[in-house]
Design a protein around this ligand. Structure first.
Ligand SMILES: Cc1cc2nc3c(=O)[nH]c(=O)nc-3n(C[C@H](O)[C@H](O)[C@H](O)COP(=O)(O)O)c2cc1C
Length: 291
């Protein structure tokens, strides 16, 4: 199948930040069986991330406040890209910046790498003070960032949207008007968890992003709303643990899905989901179309 000009073996991708740089999972699953690998967010310079603790389990989900920890673009190009080049699976690189110029520079440099088949623009990270969600919560800023990235690259651009807005169709339409070839949604929902013995937040940075099954109904609703107002393909993300969960997103209008938190529960989750979607397609031959 093809999505926004990117060839995919199947509609199941692994979500940014939950699959490292691929290497971390390569001993457990065959990366060639995935529809696409989406890297953890890459920034221009290395980032230490937020103070610990950065992960808390919650009922039916988890809160994280990683804060885009990574070694920076040059390290990725030198150390991680050559490893990923060994696999015959579409590679989508997720980028994050503190300023529009940073997004532009990342997109320009990544465009030179033939291995990179698409750029996912993270304008939805809730765990950083500058950039991230600050761009994605505002339709005007969304348009500015995506338009600037559009000018910097001819590669397919996927705008990753935040659910932390009143009306997600506004930022979705802004991203498409600015030239996004596809939209992915949702990133995490801002949440908090307090330890009642200490009276303090369980996260070093006070708040974090909620993911996992708890957010699935919100994500399905947002995918439904967005896919009815834009013409570009929508990639559904949020609490997908099984093939049946993925099918819900397809029925809501998604053309592909990304699997995030499930990778932490079961390293084989994404591969199992591919198989479970195939089983559904056999049982319902005319319901879904992955051409
Ligand atoms: C530990 C963790 C780290 C994440 N890091 C990133 C990231 O670097 N960039 C990004 O765009 N999304 C990041 N996300 C968000 C996921 O890609 C995904 O949008 C979100 O978790 C919802 O999907 P899920 O419920 O299947 O996990 C992260 C999520 C988790 C749980």
């Amino acid at each position: 199948m093809e999505l926004a000009g990117i060839k995919l073996k199947n509609p199941v991708m692994v979500a940014s930040g939950t699959f490292g740089w691929g290497k971390e999972y390569a001993d457990y699953i065959d990366l060639n069986k995935l529809g696409a690998i989406v890297t953890k967010s890459i920034t221009l310079k290395s980032r230490e991330g937020n103070p610990p603790p950065r992960i808390v389990e919650t009922p039916a989900g988890m809160l994280n406040s990683i804060g885009l920890q990574n070694e920076g673009l040059e390290h990725f190009l030198k150390e991680d890209l050559p490893f990923l080049a060994k696999f015959d699976t579409a590679l989508i690189v997720n980028i994050a910046g503190e300023s529009i110029d940073e997004y532009v520079e990342l997109a320009k440099k990544l465009s030179k790498e033939s291995m990179v088949k698409g750029i996912e623009v993270n304008i939805s990270c809730p765990n950083v003070k500058k950039g991230g969600m600050a761009f994605g919560c505002d339709a005007g800023l969304t348009k500015e960032v995506i338009a600037a990235v559009r000018k910097a690259t001819t590669q397919p651009i996927i705008a990753k949207l935040t659910p932390n807005v009143t009306d997600i169709t506004l930022t979705a339409k802004a991203a498409v008007e600015a030239g996004a070839d596809a939209l992915s949604l949702i990133n995490t929902i801002v949440g908090m968890s307090i330890d009642i013995e200490t009276g303090k937040s369980r996260l070093g940075s006070l708040t974090g992003g909620l993911s996992g099954p708890a957010i699935k109904p919100i994500a399905v609703r947002m995918v439904y709303e967005v896919s009815h107002v834009v013409k570009v393909p929508v990639i559904g993300i949020g609490g997908i643990m099984t093939g049946n969960d993925a099918v819900e997103f397809f029925l809501a209008g998604a053309k592909a899905v990304q699997v995030g938190t499930a990778n932490f529960v079961d390293t084989e989750a994404s591969i199992k989901i591919v198989k479970e979607i195939e089983d559904y397609v056999h049982r319902h031959p005319r319901t879904l179309n992955f051409s």
